[in-house]
Design a protein. Structure first.
Length: 326
């Protein structure tokens, strides 16, 4: 089949955005990034130039959403700031396009207007995409580290019971929940796709920049303990990341000489394929399969909706709803 044509909404490299790197990895895997949509002419041109610097091909910069909707595209990557995803997902659905949306799928802002809960919204969108044979995916990358985890610790248990994770989001206060919690939630659902209920939740807070989340989740296969340590941006130092499944820990590290990723367990290490590239490759493969099948109906993946519902429930339990940027 011909190369997939992909447009990016919000591709500018601002506030640590991933737009140019997503474009680079898509092109490296055989796709064409043909259009970008920005809020202003300046931001659209900057996004196109940033992508050209990594791919040697400069996409068409646009600022008019209707013009973007009319462009010849097969799929859209939605990288707008958190809380501004829903409108673009719905526009892509109306245009008949596959979608990869940045995490969190839903958050405060325009996406949190009055209406159904977050899980119901995401499930409803998922059903609408599925009925049209379209892919709707979330850019959650941590599940693609699990093969490297297994290389260090052996095969995962059939029913894991706990996940601990440490992250350093580039935010503070309540905003850390939106920036960081989609990572452990995506990992938890990769380990236990049945998880769908928040049974209890508590927080240990140390100012605006430190928060530990303790949550008990459950599903058809029983309970699951989730503990997440968040250290915000103003504390300095490297942005460390680690996780432990049923007490077996790995640290994500970057090799100094070539910036390659690896997981470490004490003195043992295993190379880690770039999770962003792996996630994008899986998205492209799913889109290509959907395009080749020509069938109008797909099976609904319940995990994005469950992740959105769990994030909403944990956020609702946050003890100070008025502190911290959204």
């Amino acid at each position: 089949m011909d190369a997939l044509r992909i447009g990016i909404v919000g591709a500018r490299r601002a506030r640590q955005g991933l737009g140019p790197f997503i474009a680079r990895d898509l092109v490296a895997r055989g796709a064409e990034v043909t259009h970008v949509l920005g809020r202003t002419a300046e931001s659209a041109r900057a996004a196109a130039a940033g992508i050209a610097g990594l791919t040697k091909v400069e996409p068409v910069p646009l600022t008019d959403a209707d013009e973007f909707d009319a462009a010849p595209l097969d799929a859209v990557c939605i990288l707008t700031p958190r809380g501004h995803h829903l409108e673009w997902v719905e526009r892509a659905l109306a245009a008949g396009r596959h979608v990869l949306v940045e995490k969190p799928f839903l958050w405060h802002g325009p996406d949190a207007a009055e209406g159904p809960g977050w899980r119901a919204r995401v499930d409803g969108l998922g059903r609408n995409f599925a009925q049209r044979g379209l892919v709707l995916a979330v850019n959650a990358q941590w599940p693609w580290t699990l093969p490297a985890f297994a290389a260090l610790h052996g095969a995962l248990d059939e029913t894991p019971r706990s996940l601990e994770m440490g992250l350093a989001p580039a935010s503070e206060g309540r905003a850390m929940l939106g920036d960081a919690l989609p990572h452990p939630l995506s990992l938890a659902l990769a380990l236990r796709s049945d998880l769908e209920r928040l049974d209890s939740c508590s927080f240990d807070l140390d100012g605006a920049a430190r928060c530990t989340v303790h949550a008990e989740l459950s599903g058809a296969r029983g309970t699951f303990s989730l503990r997440v340590e968040l250290v915000g941006r103003d504390l300095g130092g490297a942005r460390a990341a680690w996780y432990a499944v049923d007490g077996r820990r790995v640290d994500r590290c970057v090799r100094d000489r070539d910036y390659a990723l690896f997981l470490r367990d004490g003195v043992r290490i295993v190379d880690l394929a770039d999770p962003l590239g792996e996630r994008l490759g899986a998205f492209l493969a799913e889109v290509e399969s959907a395009e080749a099948s020509g069938r109008p109906a797909r099976e609904l993946d319940p995990r994005p909706g469950r992740a959105a519902g769990l994030l909403e429930a944990i956020d609702a339990a946050f003890p100070d709803q008025d502190s911290g940027a959204l």
